[in-house]
Ligand binder design. Structure first.
Ligand code: MN
Length: 258
C-alpha cells in the first residue's frame, strides 16, 4: 500500500496564495461595468458607437447627442441598443452583401435602394432590408434631439398647414399610420413624386425612396424602438415621440426633398 504523503503548503505560502486570489477577484469585478453604469458614464455629447471599429463602406455615424438626451420620452438603454446594435447590424449586413459586387462600390445607400431592380438578384432583398434600414435610421437619429419638440416652425410648418389643415390634424394622421402598421415598419411624412406632402407607412425597413418618394421625416414603429419603456403601448410611444422631434433638422430635409 502506498502511503500518500499529505501535501501541505507552508503557512506563509498559503497566505500569499490567498492574498493573490483576493487581489485577482477584486481586479476582475472592478472591470465589470453594468449597462446602467455604462449609460451613466456616457452623458457626453457623443456616443460610444465607435466608427473606427467598423469595417466596410457604410458606417453608423455616432449620435450627436447622449443616449439619455431624449429622456424621459425615449430611454437611454433603448437608444444605446437601437443605435449601437440594431443600426450597426443593418450596416454590417449591407457591407457584406455589396462587397461581392465591385460595380456597386461608391454608390450611396439612397442610390442603391432607389434602383433595387438593378441590384443583383442574390443580394437584392439584403440591400432592400439593410440599405433601407441604414437610410431610415440615419434619418431617424438626425431628426430627433434634446430640447426639441413643440410646434413645427419655418417652411415645414407652412407646408403642414397647407397640406393637412393644421399640425394637430397632421399629427393625428401620422400617429394613425404608425398605429395601424401591422408588425414592423415606419410612419412617414413624404414628398411624393407628384410634389405633394403625404403621410404614409412602409413595412419592415422599406424606404420611401424605393417608390421614388422623399422621406422628410419618419418614426420607427418596430418594437425595438419602444418596447423597453412602452411595452405593447405603441400609441403612447407615437404620442410621446413628438417631444423629441428636431424641427430644424426636419426643415433641412424638407429643403432637400425632390
Ligand atoms: Mn429601428
Amino acid at each position: 500500500m502506498i502511503k500518500l504523503k499529505s501535501f501541505r503548503l507552508p503557512i506563509v505560502l498559503r497566505f500569499l496564495v490567498g492574498a493573490i486570489a483576493i487581489a485577482l477577484i477584486t481586479l476582475i469585478t472592478s472591470q465589470g461595468v453594468s449597462v446602467s453604469e455604462a449609460i451613466a458614464q456616457t452623458s457626453s455629447p457623443t456616443t460610444q458607437a465607435s466608427t473606427t471599429a467598423q469595417i466596410g463602406e457604410f458606417k453608423v455615424a455616432p449620435l450627436t447627442y447622449a443616449y439619455n438626451a431624449l429622456e424621459p420620452f425615449i430611454d437611454a438603454q433603448t437608444m444605446m441598443l437601437h443605435h449601437d446594435k440594431h443600426h450597426l447590424a443593418y450596416v454590417t449586413a449591407l457591407n457584406a452583401a455589396i462587397k461581392k459586387y465591385p460595380e456597386l462600390k461608391g454608390k450611396t445607400a439612397e442610390e442603391l435602394v432607389r434602383k433595387l431592380d438593378s441590384i443583383p438578384e442574390d443580394i437584392r432583398s439584403i440591400v432592400r432590408n439593410n440599405g433601407g434600414g441604414h437610410l431610415n435610421h440615419t434619418m431617424f437619429w438626425e431628426i430627433m434631439g434634446p430640447k426639441a419638440g413643440g410646434e413645427p416652425k419655418g417652411a415645414i410648418a407652412e407646408a403642414i398647414n397647407k397640406n393637412f389643415g393644421s399640425f394637430e390634424k397632421f399629427k393625428e394622421k401620422f400617429n394613425d399610420a404608425g398605429t395601424k402598421r401591422f408588425g414592423s415598419g415606419w410612419a412617414w411624412l413624404i414628398r411624393a413624386k407628384d410634389g405633394k406632402l403625404k403621410v404614409v407607412s412602409t413595412a419592415n425597413q422599406d424606404s420611401p425612396f424605393m417608390e421614388g418618394n422623399f422621406p422628410i421625416m419618419g418614426n420607427d414603429v418596430w418594437e425595438h424602438a419602444y418596447y423597453l419603456m412602452y411595452q405593447n403601448r405603441r400609441a403612447d410611444y407615437l404620442k410621446a415621440w413628438w417631444n423629441v422631434v428636431n424641427w430644424d433638422a426636419v426643415n433641412k430635409r424638407y429643403a432637400q426633398a425632390k
